[in-house]
Design a protein around this ligand. Structure first.
Ligand SMILES: Cc1cc2nc3c(=O)[nH]c(=O)nc-3n(C[C@H](O)[C@H](O)[C@H](O)COP(=O)(O)OP(=O)(O)OC[C@H]3O[C@@H](n4cnc5c(N)ncnc54)[C@H](O)[C@@H]3O)c2cc1C
Length: 457
């Protein structure tokens, strides 16, 4: 069974790396002195480097591993205007003017990304294909309807609410109990975006170094000494853009982030016509589970990419892939003979207040805390952090204008994440026990879809 589920060329690495792999850049020695050291070569770090270098600053981007090897090239590539901030309770309790700023700046993240891709001519396969949000349980549909209306009222996006019958226009599956579509959202190729940002940053004069783990930073006059595995760099400004990969080099930052794994699989190319039945409009698709499912066509429309979050334990990739496949077959049983070609995971960073932050501490800037939703957000925050550090703006975005709380003790441990994951699983079980049990037993759904007529009967 395990063998037949996998393509003979199966790789435990992101599908995205086929087109745009992470990059080794370790030959050149590190510079002795720069205006800005950026720690991390994901969307946040590269966007900051691009903005700083564009304005004439000398910039060194240092990454512990290969360039672009973090979450940014492992992502699902779904892009939106921070809908999570609008829909979760994250903004509750904040003064009205802060809530308004949060909404405005969340919208700005997506507009910023679209504009950046156009302005810099970034090759990122951006498609404004819309997203379907599906109800995992019958009782979730009412919540989703309210969410859709909130999104429309507060962010102005175009929404369409769909009954269980109507959802088949969007997704060829009986898994959902209705849902809604946001037309304005989209998807891109995250590893291509990362590569394009590397190229754009370099073209403006930024220098990028792989395998240069930062070990710590020290205040040095009005600047900083940055010590790395490859020697020391002096910098006027330092930006931490390490998100879910933050390590012991900043104990202060580690106390503020909970790293959580998210996983994905990719199928081999589907037979002609199959994608038209599974996701006819080539939308991004997510569900309302606590253990969130996210799935989409590859940008070329040939494969299904299928992801899930959170899972606490790092287990052997093929076993994880089978767990994801079991859920995928609950969506679409006709994928049963289709083999898996890639499986991978990556870390996102959760924060205590579920809000991302741009915060300065002891003269060091930080742009982190995507809470799982960071393609547009982290690109925006890197840019904003660079603007603030280099004194190019007086306006602080919402994310830079609120305190960055530490997470409660022990909540950033693997054991806690595992506990939280179990609680999420239980919540999903309570909402729809039949579905959770069938997935656990690896029982594919019997038919892919009832037709609209059958559903009415
Ligand atoms: C599987 C998966 C699916 C996702 N799907 C989506 C999605 O569909 N839509 C969405 O909006 N978001 C999604 N996300 C989240 C999104 O990808 C991230 O929020 C975003 O990429 C984070 O970018 P970043 O630049 O902040 O960090 P990263 O891209 O994670 O980069 C951090 C970098 O810091 C480096 N680093 C760490 N410590 C050091 C050190 N001491 N010295 C030097 N370098 C260091 C790491 O090596 C790493 O390269 C997903 C994430 C994952 C993992």
């Amino acid at each position: 069974m395990i063998g037949s589920a996998f393509h003979p060329g199966f790789l435990a690495q992101p599908y995205w790396w086929e087109a745009a792999p992470p990059e080794t850049a370790r030959d050149e020695p590190l510079p002795k002195r720069v205006d800005l050291v950026v720690i991390g070569s994901g969307f946040a770090g590269l966007s900051a480097a691009l903005e700083a270098a564009r304005g004439g600053a000398s910039v060194a981007v240092l990454d512990a591993g290969p360039l672009g090897g973090g979450a940014s090239s492992r992502s699902g590539g779904m892009v939106s205007s921070g809908q999570k901030l609008v829909l979760t309770a994250a903004l509750k309790g904040l003064p009205a003017e802060k809530q308004l700023a949060a909404l405005e700046d969340s919208k700005a993240t997506f507009e910023f990304l679209k504009d950046l891709i156009t302005r810099e001519k970034l090759d990122a396969d951006l498609q404004l294909c819309g997203r379907f949000f599906g109800a995992f349980a019958p009782k979730h549909l009412e919540t989703l309807k309210r969410n859709a209306e909130t999104l429309h009222a507060r962010t102005g996006v175009t929404i369409r609410i769909l009954s269980r019958e109507e959802q088949h226009e969007e997704v060829g599956s009986d898994y959902f109990h209705g849902g809604f579509v946001v037309e304005d959202y989209g998807g891109l190729h995250p590893a291509k975006l990362n590569r394009a940002l590397r190229e754009a940053a370099r073209a403006t004069g930024a220098r990028l170094f792989s395998h240069a783990r930062v070990l710590g930073t020290l205040r040095d006059g009005d600047g900083h000494k940055v010590s790395t595995e490859r020697g020391e760099v002096r910098a006027q400004h330092v930006l931490y853009a390490t998100n879910g990969y933050t390590d012991t080099s900043s104990a202060w930052l580690q106390k503020r982030l909970v790293p959580v794994m998210s996983y994905q699989i990719a199928t081999e190319p589907l037979p002609p016509g199959m994608m038209d039945r599974l996701i006819p409009r080539l939308r991004m698709v997510t569900d309302s589970r606590k253990e969130l499912t996210y799935t989409r066509p590859s940008p070329d429309g040939t494969r299904i990419l299928f992801g899930c979050r959170p899972r606490a334990l790092q287990v052997e990739p093929q076993r994880l892939a089978l767990a994801l496949r079991a859920r995928m077959l609950r969506f679409w049983p006709e994928l049963s003979p289709i083999r898996i070609t890639h499986a991978w995971g990556g870390y996102v960073a959760m924060t205590a207040d579920r809000i991302a932050h741009v915060t300065e501490k002891n003269g060091v800037m930080h742009a982190v805390g995507c809470n799982g939703n960071g393609v547009a957000l982290m690109t925006f925050l890197g840019w904003h952090a660079a603007q603030l550090m280099l004194g190019r703006t007086n306006r602080r975005a919402f994310f830079a204008d609120i305190p960055f709380p530490a997470v409660p003790p022990l909540t950033n441990t693997a054991a806690f994440v595992q506990l939280a994951s179990a609680a999420y699983h239980l919540r999903d079980f309570t909402a729809n026990p039949g579905e959770v049990v069938a997935e656990r037993l690896g029982r594919p759904r019997r038919s892919t879809t009832t037709t609209t007529k059958e559903a009415r009967e």
